[in-house]
Ligand binder design. Structure first.
Ligand SMILES: Nc1ncnc2c1ncn2[C@@H]1O[C@H](COP(=O)(O)OP(=O)(O)O)[C@@H](O)[C@H]1O
Ligand SMILES: [Mg+2]
Length: 410
């Protein structure tokens, strides 16, 4: 019997459109002999839809057609299975059952642990990072603090909350000015270069911070790496086993890699009805269309250093699935800095595996198998006790102030 895989994508995130592309690329490559693919699309207004039309990029030309011709559903646990049930209609029909969820989502509210939290709380097996790893993989301050604690090489950084910046600007500025200029200012949890700016001197700090606070209440400021060469590597596995991909060098004509560098590359984007950002035509390649050198030009020493740091970084966050880990290299100094992890990278970084002779279908197979193993391990741990302390508690008189009860919580 085929494994029913619910591929979940979209969501309320600035990377919504990129996620549609990544998910469609993956659905096209999943082995249909082994898997029944069930697309589950989350709109920007957080409605969940399923239906075969969602496997086709052209369907996203008009959101109204999706709303009309696919099923608006909820995913939950019912009578021993995970079901997609219609939200509307007299019968509230069960449209599909799924065995395992496969989130292919990018950015806030979904990749950041939002979606994983839901999946973990209803108990369904799922592919990719669990809730803890997903949170750490999205919040740059958390990932950096964890990596710092195990001594991975990173640029010097500080972070602060917007409220503290507003309340005590001088104090925060004092902290920031200890860094060497130029610095780069980033909202802690956005992706795709959104809200990021580079400041050459103290004058520009205010403007950069004001931009970043529009996106996040946690702001990260870090030293800029000179003579920059950016390289990325993917790591596949979980905390038990890891495998590394080929390394790419990403190329930008701008001061830093922009949204356009990452997703538009040489391809043409066009704005489509119902979507704020370009969802490209059926030829779209998403992250796979960035300008790159693959494999990157690196000597053996640097290559091995990057592979080694990537595996340590992956394990330290306790992540799972197929992540892309990004590095900044000062080419003159030959110094490597780890920059960030993308727990669920654009295009699932298939091109990095391809370059190593590992095809996308087998990466997807591995990811699903790892997801099943993670699930088995998760359920093998003790998560609850049979005893109900509230029963004994009620017998002793309950909580003061609660209707119909007496006594106190200790
Ligand atoms: N410390 C740095 N020094 C130089 N360039 C940087 C630094 N940090 C980020 N960048 C540039 O900014 C881009 C976006 O930053 P990144 O931290 O990767 O955020 P995002 O999650 O938005 O991709 C990077 O791809 C790189 O081009
Ligand atoms: Mg990045």
């Amino acid at each position: 019997m085929k494994i029913k895989v619910g591929v979940i994508f979209g969501g309320e995130t600035v990377e919504h459109e990129v996620s549609i592309i990544s998910a469609i690329q993956a659905m096209n490559k999943m082995d249909e002999e082994k898997y029944e693919i069930v697309p589950i699309y989350i709109t920007k207004d957080r409605e969940w839809y399923t239906g075969d039309m969602l496997k086709d990029i052209d369907s996203y030309q008009d959101l109204n057609l999706i709303k009309k011709y696919s099923d608006n559903v909820v995913l939950y646990y019912k009578n021993g299975s995970y079901v997609l049930q219609k939200k509307t209609g007299l019968m509230k029909r069960i449209v599909k059952e799924i065995d395992i969820a496969f989130p292919i989502v990018h950015g806030t509210n979904v990749e950041d642990g939002g979606l994983q939290g839901y999946l973990q709380s209803i108990g369904i097996p799922f592919v990719g990072p669990d809730v803890y790893a997903a949170v750490a993989g999205q919040d740059k301050t958390i990932m950096k603090d964890i990596w710092n604690s195990i001594g991975l090489p990173m640029t010097k950084y500080v972070w602060f909350y917007d409220v503290d910046y507003r309340k005590d600007t001088d104090e925060v500025m004092k902290k920031v000015k200890k860094l060497k200029f130029p610095v780069i200012i980033k909202p802690a949890t956005t992706g795709s270069s959104v809200g990021i700016s580079i400041c050459d001197d103290e004058e520009g700090l205010k403007e950069g911070i004001d931009t970043a606070v529009q996106y996040d209440s946690k702001i990260l400021v870090e030293e800029v790496v000179a003579n920059l060469k950016e390289v990325n590597i993917a790591v596949l596995g979980n905390h038990e086993h890891q495998k590394v991909s080929e390394i790419e060098e990403v190329l930008s004509t701008n001061k830093f890699l922009t949204y356009a560098d990452k997703y538009i590359g040489d391809g043409k984007g066009g704005k489509l009805k119902g979507f704020k950002k370009p969802v490209k035509s059926a030829t779209s390649k998403g992250m796979a269309s960035a300008n790159r050198k693959l494999p990157a030009d690196l000597d053996k020493g640097l290559r091995e250093e990057i592979e080694d740091i990537a595996v340590k970084a992956f394990k330290a966050l306790g992540t799972s699935g197929n992540s892309r880990i990004d590095f900044l290299i000062d080419e003159k100094a030959k110094k490597v800095y780890i920059n960030e992890i993308n727990s669920i990278p654009g295009s699932l970084a298939y091109y990095l595996w391809d370059a190593k002779g590992i095809n996308f279908s087998s990466v997807l197979d591995d990811m699903i198998n790892i997801g099943i193993k993670d699930y088995k391990k998760r359920i093998s741990k003790v998560h609850s006790f049979e005893t109900n302390i509230l029963q004994g508690f009620a017998a002793r008189g309950g909580v003061k102030g609660m209707k119909g009860t007496k006594g106190k919580l200790r």
